[in-house]
Design a protein around this ligand. Sequence first.
Ligand SMILES: C[S@@+](CC[C@H](N)C(=O)[O-])C[C@H]1O[C@@H](n2cnc3c(N)ncnc32)[C@H](O)[C@@H]1O
Length: 254
Amino acid sequence: MNAGDSLPLGQHDVEIQGNRLAWQRKPQLRAVYRGFHELIASRIDRTIPGLIVELGSGMGSIKEVIPDCVTTDLFPNPWLDRQENAYRLSFADGTVSNLILFDVWHHLRYPAAALSEFRRVLAPGGRVIVFDPAVSWTGRIIYGLFHHEPIGMRQPITWDAPVGFRPEDSDYFAAQGAATRIFWRREAPGRLVEWLSVEVAPLPSFEYFATGGFSGPQVGGAAMARLWRALDQALSRWPDLFAARLLVVLKRAQ
Ligand SMILES: C[S@@+](CC[C@H](N)C(=O)[O-])C[C@H]1O[C@@H](n2cnc3c(N)ncnc32)[C@H](O)[C@@H]1O
């Protein structure tokens, strides 16, 4: 896939079904994802009344760590709670306390349109928690070489949906660098004025790279996991060089 390419939306569901098979045969990947989900869980603000919702849940594995999370996706797969499209959510105004997007932000072609819908459903002070690829120098090499989706660091960001856009007509879009550009590099801070930035944390994760993700080969066995973690800890001082994952916590300004 190249930057700007458009694939049918159903490509997501093809990947979800393939990922479920990989999930069964990759214990290290499951362990790393558990750690990621725990990190996300630690950023949920439970003092805000309302639902904890994940958009683009895919396999729905977040429930193993956050059992009360409402899992959703574009596709009504039987293991999920609801079918939802980020651009037009079925939640009433102000009824969601925390909205989680794990590897979903980089699939949103129109980020401003999605943010405006997130703001509508969130309670005052509610959070958007984004967990997405971080395109550091290492990230650029590894995601660029080994992942099928484009990084898209140079193409213009199409913030707003065109007039007459219908969410059900969305296509498969991917720009792995989207969260890096918007939240870490802050290419257009004026677009985020309705949000307070609680946290933007670029994190090294050779532990994640070593799992090979859903489609690549694993590097080293389970015994290596502790070493990768120690390496990630040591490299965390140089996020520009080594970050692999970006954790972003936004709060809805009043
Ligand atoms: C890379 S997968 C991530 C799945 C899961 N969160 C995980 O981490 O394993 C991206 C997911 O986002 C969903 N998605 C893409 N565009 C979306 C949209 N506009 N609204 C809701 N979900 C969307 C896809 O269907 C897919 O399940």
